[in-house]
Design a binder for this molecule. Structure first.
Ligand code: SAM
Ligand code: SF4
Length: 391
């Protein structure tokens, strides 16, 4: 019996196809994808042969992680939790989010199993995110285990930094390679407003930035979501920080997600940010970006650090996208702005073999769209709130 058919039957038997197997966040199902795998037929070679060639490392890159446009997905972002110790207005809806019950979240073993499959297929970089990844108790253990995966080059983390300083040594010992810390303001009162948490939390994030730099995380990336009338007056101050600190500030265009009350008037385009920066630093230099960089990099001559822009809204980088995402409840998202998801958790729990999972992942990757919708349509599109995706 063909493997794809067997997989379909297993899932049907376990009753996970109807309505649950592929689900669309926050809405009834919009696209239901048959788990039957047809990619081999589409591309000439049978998927069995592809799989054999893959295993022998004959193909230049995993067939299953390559989409129809030839984009090779070697970067996986894993959300470790839906929980967070901050409640940033642009990420967490005011009313909060319904949390998935613990038994439906990926266990440590399931995370490591899925990560192992992706790495075996050619993923070279994994970023742990959330929610706040550091609120997960087994985060150090997960990093230790990920670092044992042959072929995985980098394990990074995006964190709000609130509890980072005290966990830093353990994270470093476990082998964490790279840290991005989110910081949207240098003003404690504003931090309180944005994060809906006490203003003294701000000093803990600032301490985490200094300690991470001291611990040798270089370059240390700082993510700053820029919102009009809220923190756009601080853009120049952030750039000023790069004078003596070897940090890489990444200004992120504010993106729409469910419940974050996004509108175009609150968004500051990277071109406007550049204009603002040039009023203070007219001779900024463009830095050469690496092929899959999401950030357009710049530097003030003579500054120790640099800065850049993540321009998902006004100049998307879909053409070079190499990223896939796993949500904390085990859904694979091939695009941050796509609401089609595939539950690897359900497939694992219904007894799918590793080969079955690879085929399932491959089929999802092949369905990845060339690019996400434009700004105005994104605002109206149903998606998860960012906190339930993992940025
Ligand atoms: N809690 C961690 C943190 O804040 O760094 C990790 C998760 S957070 C969802 C990951 C990144 O997504 C953060 O840098 C955050 O600023 C960014 N983010 C969240 N909502 C966003 C939005 N609406 N637009 C742009 N970036 C956003
Ligand atoms: Fe939490 Fe990060 Fe979202 Fe802020 S951006 S609410 S810190 S997950």
């Amino acid at each position: 019996m063909k493997k794809s058919v067997k997989l379909g039957q297993t899932l049907l038997k376990n009753n996970v196809i109807k309505g649950e197997y592929v689900r669309t966040a926050a809405q009834p199902i919009q696209e239901v994808h048959s788990p039957k795998i047809q990619q081999g037929q589409q591309e000439g070679l049978s998927s069995k042969l592809r799989s054999q060639l893959d295993k022998k490392n004959i193909l230049p890159f995993s067939y299953f992680l390559t989409d129809k446009l030839g984009r090779q997905h070697d970067y996986l972002r894993i959300s470790l939790t839906e929980r967070c110790n901050l409640r940033c207005t642009y990420c967490m809806p005011e009313e909060g989010v319904p949390l998935t019950q613990k038994s439906n979240l990926l266990s440590t073993e399931e995370i490591l199993k899925i990560a192992g499959i992706f790495v075996q297929q050619g993923v070279k970089k994994i970023r742990l995110t959330g929610g706040e990844p550091l609120v997960r108790q087994d985060v150090v253990q997960i990093i230790q285990e990920l670092k044992k995966l042959p072929g995985l080059e980098t394990v990074g983390m995006t964190t709000n930094g609130v509890v980072l300083a005290r966990k830093l040594q353990d994270l470093k010992t476990a082998g964490l390679d790279a840290i991005n810390i989110s910081l949207d303001t240098l003003v404690p009162q504003k931090f309180e407003f944005i994060s809906r948490r006490p203003k003294n939390t701000h000093s803990r994030v600032m301490e985490a930035i200094d300690k991470s730099a001291e611990a040798g995380f270089n370059p240390l990336k700082i993510n700053c979501v820029v919102m009009k009338g809220l923190n756009d007056d601080e853009i120049v101050d952030f750039v000023e920080l790069t004078k003596h600190k070897a940090i890489d500030i990444r200004f992120i265009e504010y993106m729409p997600f469910d419940g974050n009350k996004w509108n175009t008037k609150k968004m500051v385009s990277y071109q406007s940010m550049l204009d603002i920066i040039r009023t203070r630093f007219p001779d900024i230099l463009k830095i050469e970006d690496t092929p899959n960089d999401t950030s357009k990099g710049y530097q003030v001559p003579g500054h120790a650090g640099k800065f850049g822009f993540i321009t998902s809204m006004t100049d998307h980088f879909c053409g070079t996208c190499n990223r896939l995402r796993m949500t904390a409840d085990g859904n694979l998202k091939v695009c941050l702005f796509g609401n089609s998801e595939v539950s690897l958790r359900d497939a694992i729990r219904s007894g799918s073999s590793n080969d079955d999972l690879v085929e399932l992942i491959g089929a999802a990757v092949k369905r990845k769209k060339p690019q996400h919708a434009g700004m105005t349509s994104l605002k109206d599109m149903k998606n998860r709130p960012m906190i339930l995706i993992g940025g």
